[in-house]
Write a protein that binds this ligand. Structure first.
Ligand code: NDP
Length: 487
Protein backbone atom coordinates (compact mmCIF):
# COMPACT_ATOMS: atom_id res chain seq x y z
CA UNK A 1 0.00 0.00 0.00
CA UNK A 2 2.78 2.28 1.04
CA UNK A 3 4.69 1.51 -2.14
CA UNK A 4 1.54 2.12 -4.20
CA UNK A 5 0.98 5.50 -2.55
CA UNK A 6 4.60 6.40 -3.08
CA UNK A 7 4.34 5.47 -6.76
CA UNK A 8 1.13 7.48 -7.19
CA UNK A 9 2.80 10.43 -5.46
CA UNK A 10 5.89 10.19 -7.68
CA UNK A 11 3.74 9.84 -10.84
CA UNK A 12 1.73 12.87 -9.67
CA UNK A 13 4.91 14.86 -9.15
CA UNK A 14 6.25 13.86 -12.55
CA UNK A 15 2.95 14.76 -14.26
CA UNK A 16 2.89 18.13 -12.47
CA UNK A 17 6.52 18.70 -13.46
CA UNK A 18 5.86 17.88 -17.13
CA UNK A 19 2.69 20.02 -17.16
CA UNK A 20 4.64 22.85 -15.51
CA UNK A 21 7.44 22.60 -18.05
CA UNK A 22 4.94 22.54 -20.95
CA UNK A 23 3.10 25.55 -19.52
CA UNK A 24 6.39 27.36 -19.03
CA UNK A 25 7.42 26.79 -22.64
CA UNK A 26 3.99 27.54 -24.12
CA UNK A 27 3.67 30.71 -22.04
CA UNK A 28 6.57 32.14 -24.07
CA UNK A 29 4.47 31.96 -27.16
CA UNK A 30 2.12 34.47 -25.62
CA UNK A 31 4.71 37.27 -25.73
CA UNK A 32 2.78 39.91 -27.70
CA UNK A 33 4.45 40.78 -30.97
CA UNK A 34 3.48 44.27 -31.99
CA UNK A 35 5.50 47.09 -33.47
CA UNK A 36 3.73 49.37 -30.97
CA UNK A 37 6.00 47.85 -28.33
CA UNK A 38 9.06 49.33 -30.08
CA UNK A 39 8.23 53.03 -29.77
CA UNK A 40 10.19 53.74 -26.60
CA UNK A 41 12.60 50.84 -26.78
CA UNK A 42 16.32 51.49 -27.06
CA UNK A 43 19.03 49.15 -28.28
CA UNK A 44 16.85 47.29 -30.71
CA UNK A 45 18.05 45.00 -33.50
CA UNK A 46 15.78 43.69 -36.26
CA UNK A 47 17.93 40.58 -36.85
CA UNK A 48 20.19 39.47 -34.01
CA UNK A 49 22.42 36.49 -34.70
CA UNK A 50 24.08 34.55 -31.91
CA UNK A 51 27.20 32.82 -33.21
CA UNK A 52 29.59 33.47 -36.08
CA UNK A 53 30.33 30.17 -37.78
CA UNK A 54 29.12 29.55 -41.36
CA UNK A 55 25.46 29.52 -40.23
CA UNK A 56 25.71 32.86 -38.43
CA UNK A 57 27.83 34.55 -41.09
CA UNK A 58 25.60 33.58 -43.99
CA UNK A 59 22.47 34.53 -42.09
CA UNK A 60 24.20 37.89 -41.58
CA UNK A 61 25.01 38.14 -45.28
CA UNK A 62 21.37 37.66 -46.27
CA UNK A 63 19.94 39.83 -43.50
CA UNK A 64 22.27 42.73 -44.25
CA UNK A 65 21.94 42.36 -48.02
CA UNK A 66 18.16 42.68 -47.60
CA UNK A 67 18.85 46.09 -46.10
CA UNK A 68 18.01 45.10 -42.54
CA UNK A 69 20.14 46.11 -39.62
CA UNK A 70 21.80 42.82 -38.72
CA UNK A 71 24.05 42.26 -35.72
CA UNK A 72 26.20 39.19 -35.10
CA UNK A 73 27.30 38.42 -31.56
CA UNK A 74 30.45 36.52 -32.37
CA UNK A 75 30.81 34.56 -29.13
CA UNK A 76 34.00 33.31 -27.58
CA UNK A 77 35.10 31.29 -30.61
CA UNK A 78 34.52 33.63 -33.58
CA UNK A 79 34.25 31.76 -36.85
CA UNK A 80 33.38 28.53 -35.06
CA UNK A 81 34.89 25.15 -35.79
CA UNK A 82 35.98 25.99 -39.35
CA UNK A 83 38.69 28.18 -37.88
CA UNK A 84 40.32 25.10 -36.34
CA UNK A 85 40.07 23.04 -39.55
CA UNK A 86 42.96 22.86 -41.99
CA UNK A 87 41.99 22.88 -45.66
CA UNK A 88 38.35 22.78 -46.63
CA UNK A 89 37.83 21.18 -50.00
CA UNK A 90 34.08 20.70 -50.00
CA UNK A 91 32.80 24.27 -49.83
CA UNK A 92 30.79 24.75 -53.01
CA UNK A 93 32.67 26.70 -55.64
CA UNK A 94 35.98 26.83 -53.79
CA UNK A 95 38.20 23.82 -54.53
CA UNK A 96 40.52 24.28 -51.55
CA UNK A 97 40.97 26.93 -48.89
CA UNK A 98 42.07 27.12 -45.27
CA UNK A 99 39.08 27.08 -42.90
CA UNK A 100 40.20 30.29 -41.18
CA UNK A 101 40.59 32.04 -44.54
CA UNK A 102 37.14 30.93 -45.64
CA UNK A 103 35.66 32.39 -42.45
CA UNK A 104 37.53 35.64 -43.02
CA UNK A 105 36.15 35.98 -46.55
CA UNK A 106 32.65 35.09 -45.46
CA UNK A 107 32.82 37.70 -42.71
CA UNK A 108 34.10 40.32 -45.11
CA UNK A 109 31.26 39.56 -47.52
CA UNK A 110 28.66 40.02 -44.75
CA UNK A 111 30.20 43.20 -43.34
CA UNK A 112 30.49 44.68 -46.84
CA UNK A 113 26.70 44.63 -46.94
CA UNK A 114 26.55 46.29 -43.54
CA UNK A 115 26.33 43.44 -41.03
CA UNK A 116 27.77 44.46 -37.67
CA UNK A 117 30.13 41.99 -36.00
CA UNK A 118 30.23 42.41 -32.24
CA UNK A 119 33.01 40.61 -30.36
CA UNK A 120 30.72 39.80 -27.44
CA UNK A 121 29.24 36.66 -25.98
CA UNK A 122 25.55 36.47 -25.14
CA UNK A 123 25.33 35.37 -21.53
CA UNK A 124 21.56 35.34 -21.03
CA UNK A 125 18.36 35.42 -23.07
CA UNK A 126 14.81 36.26 -22.08
CA UNK A 127 12.32 35.00 -24.63
CA UNK A 128 9.25 35.67 -22.45
CA UNK A 129 8.95 39.26 -23.69
CA UNK A 130 9.11 40.80 -27.13
CA UNK A 131 11.39 42.30 -28.38
CA UNK A 132 13.37 39.32 -27.13
CA UNK A 133 16.09 40.29 -24.68
CA UNK A 134 19.70 39.27 -25.21
CA UNK A 135 22.23 40.20 -22.53
CA UNK A 136 25.92 40.36 -23.36
CA UNK A 137 28.58 39.35 -20.88
CA UNK A 138 29.41 43.01 -20.47
CA UNK A 139 25.84 43.57 -19.28
CA UNK A 140 24.50 45.32 -22.39
CA UNK A 141 20.87 44.57 -23.12
CA UNK A 142 19.64 44.20 -26.67
CA UNK A 143 16.02 44.04 -27.81
CA UNK A 144 15.90 41.58 -30.71
CA UNK A 145 12.93 41.59 -33.08
CA UNK A 146 14.10 38.28 -34.47
CA UNK A 147 16.84 35.97 -33.24
CA UNK A 148 18.88 33.46 -35.22
CA UNK A 149 20.59 30.96 -32.96
CA UNK A 150 23.78 29.73 -34.62
CA UNK A 151 25.83 28.71 -31.61
CA UNK A 152 27.16 25.49 -33.16
CA UNK A 153 28.63 22.64 -31.21
CA UNK A 154 31.83 21.84 -29.32
CA UNK A 155 34.16 18.85 -29.47
CA UNK A 156 33.22 16.12 -27.02
CA UNK A 157 35.54 14.82 -24.37
CA UNK A 158 35.81 11.18 -23.37
CA UNK A 159 34.57 12.09 -19.89
CA UNK A 160 31.22 13.06 -21.44
CA UNK A 161 30.62 9.47 -22.49
CA UNK A 162 32.06 7.80 -19.37
CA UNK A 163 34.94 8.47 -17.04
CA UNK A 164 38.35 7.89 -18.54
CA UNK A 165 41.14 8.29 -16.02
CA UNK A 166 43.91 10.66 -17.02
CA UNK A 167 41.97 12.62 -19.67
CA UNK A 168 41.51 15.73 -17.52
CA UNK A 169 44.84 15.35 -15.74
CA UNK A 170 46.78 15.42 -19.02
CA UNK A 171 44.55 17.89 -20.88
CA UNK A 172 47.00 20.22 -22.58
CA UNK A 173 49.91 17.95 -21.61
CA UNK A 174 49.48 15.47 -24.40
CA UNK A 175 45.68 15.26 -24.61
CA UNK A 176 44.19 17.58 -27.21
CA UNK A 177 41.15 18.08 -29.39
CA UNK A 178 42.89 20.34 -31.89
CA UNK A 179 45.39 18.66 -34.20
CA UNK A 180 45.85 21.78 -36.28
CA UNK A 181 46.92 23.71 -33.18
CA UNK A 182 49.20 21.11 -31.65
CA UNK A 183 50.54 18.92 -34.48
CA UNK A 184 53.91 20.79 -34.66
CA UNK A 185 54.65 19.70 -31.07
CA UNK A 186 54.73 16.06 -32.19
CA UNK A 187 57.63 16.16 -34.63
CA UNK A 188 59.14 12.67 -34.79
CA UNK A 189 56.77 11.37 -32.11
CA UNK A 190 53.94 8.82 -31.82
CA UNK A 191 50.33 9.85 -31.41
CA UNK A 192 46.94 8.18 -31.20
CA UNK A 193 43.61 9.52 -32.42
CA UNK A 194 40.38 8.38 -30.84
CA UNK A 195 37.37 8.20 -33.16
CA UNK A 196 36.52 6.88 -36.59
CA UNK A 197 34.73 9.76 -38.30
CA UNK A 198 35.88 12.31 -40.89
CA UNK A 199 37.58 14.37 -38.18
CA UNK A 200 39.70 11.41 -37.08
CA UNK A 201 40.96 10.85 -40.63
CA UNK A 202 41.52 14.53 -41.25
CA UNK A 203 43.50 14.89 -38.02
CA UNK A 204 45.48 11.71 -38.73
CA UNK A 205 46.50 12.96 -42.16
CA UNK A 206 47.43 16.32 -40.76
CA UNK A 207 49.50 14.80 -37.96
CA UNK A 208 51.54 12.63 -40.33
CA UNK A 209 53.21 15.81 -41.55
CA UNK A 210 54.94 15.87 -38.16
CA UNK A 211 54.53 12.63 -36.20
CA UNK A 212 56.33 9.40 -37.12
CA UNK A 213 53.46 7.14 -36.25
CA UNK A 214 49.72 7.80 -36.02
CA UNK A 215 47.37 5.16 -34.65
CA UNK A 216 43.62 5.61 -35.03
CA UNK A 217 41.66 3.88 -32.28
CA UNK A 218 38.15 2.89 -33.38
CA UNK A 219 35.79 1.46 -30.81
CA UNK A 220 33.59 -0.35 -33.35
CA UNK A 221 34.35 -2.59 -36.29
CA UNK A 222 34.25 0.07 -38.98
CA UNK A 223 35.09 3.65 -39.74
CA UNK A 224 32.25 6.13 -39.92
CA UNK A 225 34.24 8.45 -42.21
CA UNK A 226 33.20 9.01 -45.83
CA UNK A 227 34.79 6.71 -48.43
CA UNK A 228 36.75 9.58 -49.96
CA UNK A 229 38.29 10.32 -46.55
CA UNK A 230 39.03 6.64 -45.88
CA UNK A 231 40.88 6.47 -49.19
CA UNK A 232 43.44 8.89 -47.74
CA UNK A 233 44.56 6.18 -45.34
CA UNK A 234 45.54 3.69 -48.03
CA UNK A 235 48.71 5.36 -49.23
CA UNK A 236 49.86 6.61 -45.89
CA UNK A 237 52.26 4.15 -44.26
CA UNK A 238 52.49 6.25 -41.11
CA UNK A 239 48.83 5.61 -40.22
CA UNK A 240 47.61 2.44 -38.58
CA UNK A 241 43.98 1.72 -37.59
CA UNK A 242 43.05 -0.48 -34.63
CA UNK A 243 39.40 -1.56 -34.60
CA UNK A 244 37.26 -2.74 -31.64
CA UNK A 245 39.65 -0.87 -29.38
CA UNK A 246 38.51 1.18 -26.41
CA UNK A 247 40.61 3.58 -24.35
CA UNK A 248 40.18 2.96 -20.65
CA UNK A 249 42.92 5.24 -19.33
CA UNK A 250 45.35 7.92 -20.43
CA UNK A 251 48.71 7.12 -18.90
CA UNK A 252 51.41 9.58 -17.95
CA UNK A 253 54.47 10.23 -15.81
CA UNK A 254 52.76 12.94 -13.76
CA UNK A 255 53.84 15.59 -16.24
CA UNK A 256 52.97 14.48 -19.76
CA UNK A 257 51.21 11.64 -21.56
CA UNK A 258 53.27 8.48 -22.03
CA UNK A 259 50.64 6.02 -23.21
CA UNK A 260 47.07 4.75 -23.28
CA UNK A 261 45.52 1.69 -21.69
CA UNK A 262 43.43 -0.09 -24.29
CA UNK A 263 40.92 -2.90 -24.36
CA UNK A 264 40.53 -5.09 -27.41
CA UNK A 265 36.81 -5.75 -27.04
CA UNK A 266 36.82 -8.74 -29.39
CA UNK A 267 39.64 -10.53 -27.63
CA UNK A 268 38.60 -9.11 -24.27
CA UNK A 269 42.23 -8.24 -23.67
CA UNK A 270 43.70 -5.18 -22.01
CA UNK A 271 47.12 -3.77 -22.90
CA UNK A 272 49.14 -0.54 -22.85
CA UNK A 273 50.27 1.34 -25.95
CA UNK A 274 53.06 3.88 -25.69
CA UNK A 275 52.23 7.28 -27.15
CA UNK A 276 53.26 10.91 -26.77
CA UNK A 277 49.93 12.44 -27.69
CA UNK A 278 46.23 11.63 -27.56
CA UNK A 279 43.94 13.46 -29.98
CA UNK A 280 40.19 13.29 -29.51
CA UNK A 281 37.91 13.19 -32.55
CA UNK A 282 34.76 11.72 -31.04
CA UNK A 283 32.06 14.08 -32.22
CA UNK A 284 30.42 17.16 -30.84
CA UNK A 285 27.86 18.51 -28.36
CA UNK A 286 25.41 21.28 -29.37
CA UNK A 287 25.71 24.60 -27.55
CA UNK A 288 22.14 24.95 -26.31
CA UNK A 289 22.52 25.45 -22.55
CA UNK A 290 21.46 29.09 -22.87
CA UNK A 291 18.16 28.21 -24.52
CA UNK A 292 16.99 25.03 -22.86
CA UNK A 293 14.43 26.79 -20.66
CA UNK A 294 12.47 28.25 -23.55
CA UNK A 295 13.41 26.49 -26.78
CA UNK A 296 12.38 22.92 -27.54
CA UNK A 297 15.37 20.57 -27.77
CA UNK A 298 15.54 16.92 -28.84
CA UNK A 299 16.85 14.18 -26.57
CA UNK A 300 20.44 14.82 -27.68
CA UNK A 301 20.14 18.52 -26.84
CA UNK A 302 19.84 19.82 -30.43
CA UNK A 303 17.24 22.50 -31.21
CA UNK A 304 14.08 21.05 -32.75
CA UNK A 305 12.97 22.73 -35.96
CA UNK A 306 9.50 22.95 -37.43
CA UNK A 307 8.78 21.17 -40.71
CA UNK A 308 11.48 21.83 -43.28
CA UNK A 309 12.15 25.31 -41.92
CA UNK A 310 14.60 26.88 -39.47
CA UNK A 311 11.72 27.91 -37.17
CA UNK A 312 11.89 26.95 -33.50
CA UNK A 313 8.91 26.70 -31.15
CA UNK A 314 8.99 30.49 -30.65
CA UNK A 315 7.79 32.98 -33.29
CA UNK A 316 10.66 35.00 -34.68
CA UNK A 317 13.32 32.73 -33.19
CA UNK A 318 15.19 30.59 -35.70
CA UNK A 319 18.09 28.18 -35.45
CA UNK A 320 20.73 27.32 -38.03
CA UNK A 321 23.76 25.09 -38.39
CA UNK A 322 25.15 22.42 -36.08
CA UNK A 323 23.13 23.62 -33.08
CA UNK A 324 20.06 22.16 -34.77
CA UNK A 325 21.66 19.53 -36.98
CA UNK A 326 22.66 16.20 -35.46
CA UNK A 327 22.83 14.63 -38.91
CA UNK A 328 24.80 16.49 -41.59
CA UNK A 329 27.02 18.84 -39.57
CA UNK A 330 28.71 20.25 -42.67
CA UNK A 331 29.87 23.82 -43.05
CA UNK A 332 28.03 24.09 -46.38
CA UNK A 333 24.81 22.81 -44.86
CA UNK A 334 25.18 25.22 -41.93
CA UNK A 335 25.68 28.08 -44.40
CA UNK A 336 22.48 27.04 -46.23
CA UNK A 337 20.61 26.82 -42.92
CA UNK A 338 21.81 30.33 -42.09
CA UNK A 339 20.50 31.63 -45.39
CA UNK A 340 17.13 29.96 -44.82
CA UNK A 341 16.94 31.33 -41.29
CA UNK A 342 17.64 34.89 -42.51
CA UNK A 343 15.00 34.61 -45.25
CA UNK A 344 12.49 33.40 -42.68
CA UNK A 345 13.44 36.21 -40.28
CA UNK A 346 12.96 38.77 -43.08
CA UNK A 347 9.57 37.24 -43.91
CA UNK A 348 8.60 37.30 -40.22
CA UNK A 349 9.45 41.00 -39.95
CA UNK A 350 7.49 41.82 -43.11
CA UNK A 351 4.48 39.87 -41.86
CA UNK A 352 4.54 41.99 -38.72
CA UNK A 353 4.55 45.25 -40.64
CA UNK A 354 8.26 45.99 -40.40
CA UNK A 355 8.65 48.04 -43.59
CA UNK A 356 11.43 50.34 -44.79
CA UNK A 357 9.55 53.34 -43.38
CA UNK A 358 9.24 51.71 -39.96
CA UNK A 359 12.93 50.84 -40.06
CA UNK A 360 13.82 54.46 -40.82
CA UNK A 361 11.79 55.69 -37.86
CA UNK A 362 13.39 53.18 -35.52
CA UNK A 363 16.95 53.71 -36.67
CA UNK A 364 17.76 56.13 -33.85
CA UNK A 365 16.83 53.40 -31.37
CA UNK A 366 19.16 50.80 -32.85
CA UNK A 367 21.77 49.04 -30.76
CA UNK A 368 25.26 50.33 -31.35
CA UNK A 369 28.15 48.48 -29.86
CA UNK A 370 31.02 50.85 -29.31
CA UNK A 371 34.10 49.28 -30.80
CA UNK A 372 36.77 48.68 -28.18
CA UNK A 373 39.16 51.54 -28.50
CA UNK A 374 42.59 51.89 -26.97
CA UNK A 375 43.18 48.23 -26.24
CA UNK A 376 46.61 47.54 -24.78
CA UNK A 377 49.14 45.65 -26.88
CA UNK A 378 50.67 42.56 -25.34
CA UNK A 379 54.43 42.91 -24.89
CA UNK A 380 56.18 40.33 -27.08
CA UNK A 381 58.64 38.21 -25.09
CA UNK A 382 61.16 36.08 -26.99
CA UNK A 383 63.64 34.88 -24.37
CA UNK A 384 63.81 33.72 -20.77
CA UNK A 385 66.10 36.61 -19.96
CA UNK A 386 63.56 39.14 -21.24
CA UNK A 387 60.88 37.38 -19.22
CA UNK A 388 62.98 37.55 -16.03
CA UNK A 389 63.57 41.23 -16.58
CA UNK A 390 59.81 41.94 -16.89
CA UNK A 391 58.96 39.65 -13.96
CA UNK A 392 61.41 41.52 -11.74
CA UNK A 393 59.59 44.78 -12.47
CA UNK A 394 55.99 43.53 -12.26
CA UNK A 395 54.45 41.52 -9.42
CA UNK A 396 51.99 39.88 -11.81
CA UNK A 397 52.61 38.76 -15.36
CA UNK A 398 49.94 37.24 -17.59
CA UNK A 399 51.23 35.52 -20.70
CA UNK A 400 49.35 34.37 -23.75
CA UNK A 401 51.23 31.60 -25.52
CA UNK A 402 50.46 31.47 -29.21
CA UNK A 403 51.79 30.51 -32.61
CA UNK A 404 51.45 31.84 -36.12
CA UNK A 405 49.07 29.28 -37.63
CA UNK A 406 46.96 28.83 -34.54
CA UNK A 407 43.55 30.34 -35.20
CA UNK A 408 42.37 29.91 -31.61
CA UNK A 409 45.41 31.92 -30.49
CA UNK A 410 44.23 34.85 -32.62
CA UNK A 411 40.74 34.39 -31.20
CA UNK A 412 42.10 34.61 -27.69
CA UNK A 413 44.28 37.64 -28.43
CA UNK A 414 41.57 40.37 -28.48
CA UNK A 415 40.09 38.83 -25.34
CA UNK A 416 43.40 38.97 -23.49
CA UNK A 417 43.99 42.50 -24.80
CA UNK A 418 40.55 43.61 -23.64
CA UNK A 419 40.91 42.08 -20.19
CA UNK A 420 44.50 43.37 -20.08
CA UNK A 421 43.22 46.89 -20.69
CA UNK A 422 41.02 46.63 -17.63
CA UNK A 423 43.79 45.17 -15.46
CA UNK A 424 46.78 47.04 -16.92
CA UNK A 425 47.54 48.69 -13.57
CA UNK A 426 47.69 45.33 -11.81
CA UNK A 427 49.59 43.09 -14.20
CA UNK A 428 51.90 43.06 -17.19
CA UNK A 429 50.35 41.32 -20.18
CA UNK A 430 52.80 39.59 -22.50
CA UNK A 431 52.73 37.40 -25.63
CA UNK A 432 55.06 34.47 -26.21
CA UNK A 433 55.09 33.39 -29.85
CA UNK A 434 56.16 29.77 -30.31
CA UNK A 435 56.45 30.04 -34.08
CA UNK A 436 60.21 30.49 -33.88
CA UNK A 437 60.44 27.80 -31.16
CA UNK A 438 62.15 29.85 -28.38
CA UNK A 439 63.82 26.83 -26.72
CA UNK A 440 64.61 28.44 -23.34
CA UNK A 441 61.00 29.56 -22.82
CA UNK A 442 59.55 26.24 -24.08
CA UNK A 443 61.71 24.23 -21.69
CA UNK A 444 61.31 26.53 -18.72
CA UNK A 445 57.50 26.71 -18.88
CA UNK A 446 56.96 23.25 -20.42
CA UNK A 447 55.04 24.67 -23.32
CA UNK A 448 53.47 21.74 -25.14
CA UNK A 449 50.33 23.21 -26.67
CA UNK A 450 48.74 26.43 -27.85
CA UNK A 451 46.90 28.54 -27.03
CA UNK A 452 47.75 28.75 -23.36
CA UNK A 453 47.49 31.36 -20.63
CA UNK A 454 50.16 31.37 -17.92
CA UNK A 455 49.89 33.53 -14.82
CA UNK A 456 52.96 34.45 -12.79
CA UNK A 457 53.35 36.07 -9.41
CA UNK A 458 56.80 37.46 -8.62
CA UNK A 459 58.17 35.40 -11.48
CA UNK A 460 56.69 32.11 -10.22
CA UNK A 461 54.06 30.30 -12.27
CA UNK A 462 50.89 30.08 -10.17
CA UNK A 463 48.23 29.09 -12.71
CA UNK A 464 48.07 27.89 -16.28
CA UNK A 465 45.28 27.14 -18.72
CA UNK A 466 46.36 25.03 -21.64
CA UNK A 467 44.25 24.84 -24.78
CA UNK A 468 41.38 26.77 -23.36
CA UNK A 469 39.33 29.52 -24.86
CA UNK A 470 37.75 32.11 -22.60
CA UNK A 471 35.10 34.73 -22.93
CA UNK A 472 36.12 38.15 -21.61
CA UNK A 473 34.11 37.67 -18.49
CA UNK A 474 35.56 34.23 -17.75
CA UNK A 475 39.14 35.43 -18.11
CA UNK A 476 38.46 38.63 -16.18
CA UNK A 477 36.87 36.67 -13.33
CA UNK A 478 39.80 34.27 -13.10
CA UNK A 479 42.37 37.03 -13.15
CA UNK A 480 40.63 39.34 -10.72
CA UNK A 481 40.19 36.46 -8.31
CA UNK A 482 43.91 35.71 -8.54
CA UNK A 483 45.33 39.18 -8.88
CA UNK A 484 43.01 41.85 -7.55
CA UNK A 485 42.22 40.15 -4.27
CA UNK A 486 45.75 39.04 -3.50
CA UNK A 487 47.58 42.18 -4.50
P1 NDP B 1 31.33 11.82 -36.02
O1 NDP B 1 30.19 11.90 -35.09
O2 NDP B 1 31.09 11.64 -37.47
O3 NDP B 1 32.27 10.59 -35.57
C1 NDP B 1 32.64 10.42 -34.23
C2 NDP B 1 33.49 9.18 -34.11
O4 NDP B 1 33.91 9.07 -32.77
C3 NDP B 1 32.75 7.89 -34.45
O5 NDP B 1 33.63 6.99 -35.10
C4 NDP B 1 32.36 7.36 -33.06
O6 NDP B 1 32.30 5.96 -33.00
C5 NDP B 1 33.56 7.80 -32.25
N1 NDP B 1 33.26 7.95 -30.82
C6 NDP B 1 32.25 8.65 -30.22
N2 NDP B 1 32.33 8.57 -28.88
C7 NDP B 1 33.43 7.80 -28.61
C8 NDP B 1 34.04 7.35 -27.42
N3 NDP B 1 33.57 7.67 -26.22
N4 NDP B 1 35.14 6.57 -27.52
C9 NDP B 1 35.64 6.24 -28.74
N5 NDP B 1 35.11 6.62 -29.91
C10 NDP B 1 34.01 7.40 -29.85
O7 NDP B 1 32.20 13.11 -35.70
P2 NDP B 1 33.27 13.90 -36.60
O8 NDP B 1 33.77 14.97 -35.73
O9 NDP B 1 34.27 12.98 -37.20
O10 NDP B 1 32.43 14.54 -37.78
C11 NDP B 1 31.36 15.44 -37.49
C12 NDP B 1 30.75 15.95 -38.79
O11 NDP B 1 31.68 16.81 -39.45
C13 NDP B 1 30.45 14.82 -39.76
O12 NDP B 1 29.26 15.09 -40.42
C14 NDP B 1 31.62 14.87 -40.73
O13 NDP B 1 31.25 14.41 -42.01
C15 NDP B 1 31.96 16.35 -40.75
N6 NDP B 1 33.39 16.56 -41.06
C16 NDP B 1 33.74 16.74 -42.36
C17 NDP B 1 35.06 16.93 -42.72
C18 NDP B 1 35.40 17.13 -44.15
O14 NDP B 1 34.59 16.82 -44.98
N7 NDP B 1 36.57 17.64 -44.48
C19 NDP B 1 36.15 16.95 -41.70
C20 NDP B 1 35.67 16.71 -40.36
C21 NDP B 1 34.35 16.52 -40.07
P3 NDP B 1 31.00 5.15 -33.54
O15 NDP B 1 31.09 5.21 -35.03
O16 NDP B 1 31.22 3.79 -32.94
O17 NDP B 1 29.81 5.86 -32.97
Amino acid sequence: MNTLRKSIFIIGLLAAGIAGALWYKSSFQKAAISLEALKDKRNIVPIAIIGSGPAGLNAALYGARAGLYTVVFEGKAPGGQLVGTSYVENWPGIPKMLGAQLVEQNKLQATTFGALMVPETIAEVDFSVWPYILRTEDGQEVGALTVIIATGSNPRRLSETGVVKGESEYWGYGVSSCAICDAPFYKGKRVVIIGGGDSAIEEATLLTAYADKVTILVRGTQLRAAAVMQARLKDNPKINVLFHTKVSEVLGDGKVVTGVRLTDTQENKSYDLETDGVFLAIGHLPNTALFKKSITLDKLGYITLKDRSQRTNLPGVFAAGDVADPRYRQAGVAAGDGIKAALEAIEFLQEHGFTGTVAQKLEKNYYDSTPEANLIDLTPVTSARQFDDLASKNSWVVAEIGAENCASCSTLLPIVRSVGTKLADKAKFIYIDLTEQPKDLIQRFKLTSVPAILIFKQGALIARYDQQLFSKRELYTILTALIAEKV
